[in-house]
Ligand binder design. Structure first.
Ligand code: NAD
Length: 693
């Protein structure tokens, strides 16, 4: 028998142990011996009951997703669960760590489930654009009811052992020595001769389902799915569990799974799953620096959020401002943000107190001397940053990592204002920094490998998705954002309304369009940026001159009435656009949705290709991670570079060339790498470049 599955016998109770590090995924080399073991134990009269357990740090944490999309090798999970469920002696799953996806579906094949106190159980397949395809949608509702199952399956969010016990998913929760407790649990049932009923035959709960309430909930979920197919397939599958006989519902689940697994959306979501893990890997193995205390300079929008992100991750934080008044304001905002979390019940009063206890305020740079990492989040001004880094150079301890949260500035220049450029790098957080997952880690020319490795590891510890990028104006995200927006003014002048452009974006799957986003972020930011660089944007500049900065002033590209965040189209803005177009002698025309995509998203992809060519990003998939986690690129399309593959590189190049010929604008000039991708269908050529250091 394979070493990945072993069987022990404790006085007539068989213990099947799966051992497939690191997470006991149900790979083919586990499934085959597991099936053989189950058949042997089923037929062995000396075995009274069976425990299924796992070695290592977790129960089966899921299917082996590297097998998705390939021909299925038998026995598949469904066959194993069917065999397990048909065994006419009591079976129990002993769950520790995480029973996710296929792991939980395996456990649902047992008559009982017992769990360690710290265990987590869930069906997260929806996050990969799938549904649980091993009977999970049909069995889970039989244990916890259709409403609860719907919530678990559509959200993909796991629940803890106690909640699972309360819901009926788990039969007992134990603290410590799970294996012995599981053996005793099932021995007692075997001794009494039952009762033990296969989950498939337990439909008492389903009979009480309020289908009208279920459908109302499902309609609500459909509204939130924003074009994703998987959540809707999950809804259908759970509904089938209620309305169809078991075997028919199971077959329908299978059909839905087969459709999803072959879909572009699921391929895109699986791509992102691997891309996020890949992005956090650095070549080589260096000893990381120890980070115990973090310093943050500036308690404004970003500094406050960054400080919260570290306090939430358990780090003590020294927060530095220029005056007691600014410090007081910054700390008050932090306190208010935590109070909102308490009011929303996502944070306890105790946790709030504990987190606030992590902060130490100061207006004296010398107080940063005991910090191991110092992040500057002061004004976006090179002179300000250089002055701050000069002071840091004088007070920071040797080996402290000195980071800047700059959005655009040259980090090599900032590093050069210190005597220790090897310790300087960029940590580009996104607003609000305590919420947004993305962290662009900017490697400057002289950044030391161990400093880089330290912050990559730290990012994970504070729950961020990290992507390492190189130095250029705007790094990966903001540089590509500029390319995406480069034609917006021209499109307005040629006849597309802000509402039309925003709708094309939301139809594509973005949470909002570029004008809604501009109004949300504040139009004054771009205005200031343009003025500093000697650039103009006739419509946006005029709006700013009129004091229309977006949501914060109640007016921008849209109107926001009485403090509402709902954008209302404004005839004044439409008139302004018409006037400016007339001044320039541009006759308005009807612009198709295709053209809007070609002139915004194709330049986005093209800029991504240039970034790869220049070695500013190491992999095309890193760019996808940036755009999905930081800018709302639809997950179902896998990020701009993955989407380019779906759209077809050849088409993108052809249309870019068309627009380049018509406008002469650089954003449309196809990058050589994009042309190569159009020929080969892959971005591979870019992946060997590495980050330019
Ligand atoms: P902000 O104006 O809200 O806050 C800046 C804070 O820094 C102010 O409270 C100011 O008093 C303080 N400050 C200025 N000089 C200081 C000094 N010498 N020592 C200590 N404190 C000082 O600005 P923000 O939006 O938080 O931006 C901060 C930085 O983060 C900028 O470099 C910006 O480009 C970058 N950034 C901003 C965003 C965003 O969405 N706002 C996103 C990513 C990065």
């Amino acid at each position: 028998m394979s070493s990945s599955v072993s069987v022990a016998n404790e006085g007539g109770i068989a213990i099947v142990t799966i051992d497939n590090p690191p997470v006991n995924a149900l790979s083919f080399h586990v499934r085959e011996p597991l099936m053989q073991a189950l058949i042997a134990l089923r037929d062995d009269a000396s075995v009274a009951a069976i425990v299924i357990a796992c070695a290592g740090r977790t129960f089966v944490a899921g299917a082996d997703i590297t097998e998705f999309g390939k021909p299925v090798r038998q026995p598949d999970l469904r066959a194993i669960v069917a065999t397990l469920e048909a065994i006419a002696k009591p079976t129990v799953a002993a769950i520790h760590g995480t029973a996710f996806g296929g792991g939980l579906e395996l456990a649902l094949g047992c008559h009982f489930r017992v769990a360690d106190q710290g265990a987590k159980l869930g069906l997260p397949e929806v996050k990969l654009g799938l549904l649980p395809g091993g009977g999970g949608t049909v069995r889970l509702p039989r244990l916890v009811g259709a409403a609860k199952a719907l919530k678990m399956i559509v959200s993909g969010t796991p629940i803890g052992a106690d909640e699972a016990h309360g819901a009926g998913l788990v039969d007992a929760v134990f603290a410590g020595d799970l294996s012995t407790r599981a053996v005793n649990f099932v021995r007692e049932i075997a001794r009494k001769g039952g009762p033990f009923t296969p989950v498939r035959d337990r439909d008492e709960l389903l009979r009480g389902t309020d289908l009208a309430a279920f459908d109302a909930e499902a309609a609500d979920l459909a509204g939130k799915a924003r074009g994703l197919e998987a959540p809707m397939a999950c809804v259908q599958a759970v509904r089938n569990a209620v309305t169809l006989p078991f075997d028919e519902a199971l077959a329908a689940e299978r059909a839905l799974f087969a459709k999803l697994v072959a879909s572009d959306q699921s391929r895109a979501q699986r791509h992102l799953f691997f891309a996020e893990r890949e992005a956090a890997k650095l070549p080589g193995n260096v000893v990381k620096r120890r980070i115990a205390r973090v310093g943050v300079i500036g308690a404004g929008t970003m500094g406050g959020g960054i400080a919260m992100a570290f306090a939430n991750g358990g780090f003590p934080v020294t927060l530095l401002e220029t005056s007691q008044e600014a410090l007081r304001r910054g700390l008050a905002t932090i306190e208010k943000n935590y109070a909102v979390s308490v009011a929303r019940r996502s944070l306890s009063e105790d946790a709030k107190r504990q987190r606030l206890g992590q902060f130490k305020g100061s207006i004296d740079h010398a107080d940063l001397a005991d910090c191991d990492l110092i992040i500057e989040a002061a004004f976006e001004d090179m002179a300000v940053k250089k002055e701050i880094f000069g002071k840091l150079d004088a007070v920071a301890k040797p080996g402290a990592i000195l980071a800047t949260n700059t959005s655009y500035l040259d980090i090599d220049e900032i590093a050069a204002s210190t005597s220790r450029p090897q310790d300087v790098l960029g940590l580009h957080f996104f607003s609000p920094a305590n919420v947004m997952k993305l962290l662009e880690i900017v490697r400057a020319q002289k950044t030391a490998p161990d400093a880089l490795a330290t912050v990559v590891d730290l990012a994970r510890r504070i729950g961020k998705v990290a992507v390492v990028v190189g130095v250029c104006h705007g790094f990966v995200g903001n540089r590509m954002l500029a390319a995406r927006g480069s034609e917006l003014e021209a499109l307005l002048l040629e006849g597309a309304a802000p509402t039309q452009i925003d709708k094309a974006f939301t139809d594509f799957g973005w949470p909002m369009g570029p004008f809604q986003m501009g109004d949300l972020a504040g139009l004054d930011i771009g205005w200031r940026n343009r003025k500093a660089r000697g650039l103009t944007a006739v419509i946006a500049d005029t709006l700013c001159e009129q004091g229309r900065f977006g949501q914060k002033t109640g007016r921008g590209f849209y109107l926001y009435e009485n403090g509402s965040r709902t954008p209302v189209p404004d005839p004044e803005v439409e008139a302004l656009i018409r006037d400016k177009a007339a001044e320039k002698g541009i006759a308005p025309r009807t612009i198709s949705a295709d053209e809007l995509i070609e002139r915004t998203l194709y330049p986005l992809v093209n800029e991504g290709a240039k970034i790869l060519e220049e070695g500013i990003a190491a992999r095309a998939s890193d760019i996808d991670v940036v755009w999905v986690n930081g800018y709302g690129f639809p997950v179902g399309k896998g990020g701009p570079m993955f989407w380019a593959g779906l759209e077809g590189g050849a088409r993108i190049v052809e249309r870019l060339e068309y627009w380049h010929e018509r406008t002469g604008k650089d954003v449309f000039k196809p990058a050589p790498l994009l042309k190569r991708m159009a020929e080969t269908g892959s971005w591979e050529a870019g992946s060997t470049a590495g980050i330019r250091g």
